[in-house]
Design a protein around this ligand. Structure first.
Ligand SMILES: [Zn+2]
Length: 222
């Protein structure tokens, strides 16, 4: 798995990243890679100052940027090599679970109401809440983003032109597995434990104008 920096600077590298997002990513990474693994990855990412010094759990901006997150992501991909996708999915799921548990108010998740909805509406609601949460958060930081959710007969398509995972990066295939894992976990939560196939169908790292994920409306079992 080869990931490189873009030759021209990607303007979204300067976008702000909430402390809690970096914290959830680092705690998930620590669970997967171990304490020593995280230290290696953080040094490789040029983020040694975060070793033993994770940002606090607050949905606020205090100087972290998309560039920090993309550097962490790139170092994680290099650390895991061929297994990067599997580990990225796990990291995304663990980070999303923590985010849902600790920040559910932000996403406006009314669990009881969610449980009473038909399946397709549960999926649409959780995807919309995720999108609104991110959009509102970035607006607080002074940045305008849109996450489009298109509905097809058998799937939802999420499209985000300002994905932090691949900011400033170039790859020969989609690499934003952390978000893929996040969607897997969010849909699992929203539907009381069902699993849905999620595929990244476009990635800025491969030259697309936005990252897109396809979320099947049909559970794979479980
Ligand atoms: Zn991306």
């Amino acid at each position: 798995m080869k990931v490189a920096q873009r030759t021209e600077r990607d303007p979204i590298l300067d976008w702000p990243l909430a402390d809690a997002y970096m914290r959830f990513a680092l705690l998930a990474l620590e669970e997967v890679a171990g304490e020593h693994g995280v230290q290696v990855i953080l040094r490789q990412a040029g983020l040694a100052h975060l070793i033993g010094n994770y940002p606090p759990n607050r949905m606020e901006f205090h100087g972290l940027t998309y560039a920090d997150y993309a550097n962490l992501h790139r170092a994680t991909i290099e650390f895991y090599g061929r297994a990067a996708r599997a580990f990225g999915l796990r990291i995304g799921r663990l980070a999303a679970r923590r985010s849902i548990e600790e920040q559910s108010a932000l996403f406006g998740v009314a669990v009881k109401a969610l449980r009473l909805m038909p399946l397709s509406m549960q999926l649409k609601t959780i995807l919309t809440n995720m999108a609104n949460g991110l959009t509102q958060l970035l607006r607080q930081g002074g940045y305008t983003t849109t996450i489009e959710i298109a509905e097809q007969d058998d799937a939802f398509i999420l499209t985000w032109p300002h994905c932090p995972n691949c900011a400033g990066l170039v790859a020969d295939r989609p690499i934003c597995w952390i978000i893929e894992g996040g969607i897997l976990e969010a849909t699992h939560f929203a539907t009381g434990g069902k699993e849905f196939a999620v595929h990244q169908i476009a990635c800025r790292a491969t030259g697309a104008p936005a990252c897109s994920w396809q979320v099947s409306k049909t559970p794979t079992g479980g």
